[in-house]
Design a protein around this ligand. Structure first.
Ligand SMILES: O=C(O)[C@H](O)[C@@H](O)[C@H](O)[C@H](O)COP(=O)(O)O
Length: 254
């Protein structure tokens, strides 16, 4: 190949079989359209969970990508007073920090119709992230699980939730036989200590959505999907999910 050739276009069908149980690829021309459809799907899944069990649990990611989905979801008229929202992961900062995922959820999701939802954060105002993880795990021990809907994002380093490459507790967090609980995570590229639900809490979710935008993330995901032994932490979700994972993709961010 000539170095000036454009990179080869990779197609999701090279990695994903169109078969029951296989991850499902859903591509949209813009983040706005994606947010409209994803919010509709999640709202329906939450409503069905409420109808079946009287309560629904929704675990969401932080970061920038989900913001339009949060806004669209908050406008869906469902029985939000029967929904418990939690985070798949958090930065060890309080809500006064612009890096707080709890603050993001409060400002963008728990508004309009969704203002009636209950929210369970992962952060505790204690000495360090490890202690925060312990206290939050105890507080959330009775949170209804499996989560009805899990909404994941991904970084360009292949992390999802706070399963960061080189994380000090990555093995513990990714142990498929471990308990669903919260652990702390220190990693060189995480910015600050983190808090994350462990892999079993996320892969047991009744519905799992992975939302990525931009070609760079798509290529990282394709690398992870093409190799079952891939070191990208996102791979663990695909290896252990108990349900079909829906991948939501828009080429341009925002
Ligand atoms: O707190 C966090 O950072 C997230 O929960 C994290 O797992 C996120 O999903 C990815 O880092 C993608 O973040 P962006 O959407 O900002 O790219």
């Amino acid at each position: 190949m000539n170095p000036s050739d454009p990179p080869a276009q990779r197609d999701p069908s090279d990695f994903l079989a169109d078969a029951p149980g296989e991850p499902k690829w859903q591509e949209y021309s813009s983040g706005g359209r994606l947010a409209e459809r994803l919010s509709g799907t999640v709202a329906e899944q939450l409503s069905n969970a409420i109808e079946a069990r009287g309560v629904a649990t929704l675990a969401v990611s932080g970061g920038r990508t989900p913001i339009p989905v949060f806004v669209a979801l908050s406008e869906r008229d469902i029985a939000w007073d029967k929904v418990i929202v939690t985070l798949v992961d958090e930065r060890f900062v309080d809500t006064s920090s612009p890096r707080s995922n709890a603050a993001l959820v409060i400002q963008r999701l728990l508004q309009r119709h969704a203002a009636n939802a209950a929210f369970e954060s992962l952060y505790e105002p204690v000495a360090d992230a490890a202690m925060s993880a312990e206290v939050a795990s105890r507080r959330l021990a009775n949170l209804p699980q499996p989560f009805d809907v899990v909404m994941l994002g991904m970084g360009t380093d292949g992390h999802t939730a706070s399963f960061f490459p080189k994380g000090d507790r990555l093995d513990e967090a990714l142990d498929p036989k471990g308990e669903p609980r919260i652990v702390s995570m220190d990693a060189p590229d995480a910015g600050e200590p983190r808090l994350t639900w462990t892999l079993p809490a996320l892969v047991n979710g009744r519905f799992i959505h992975l939302h990525i935008e931009g070609v760079e993330k798509k290529n990282v995901l394709f690398d992870a999907l093409s190799d079952q032994e891939s070191p990208y932490p996102i791979r663990a979700i695909f290896n252990h999910a108990k349900t079909t994972i829906s991948i939501w993709y828009a080429p341009a961010e925002g």
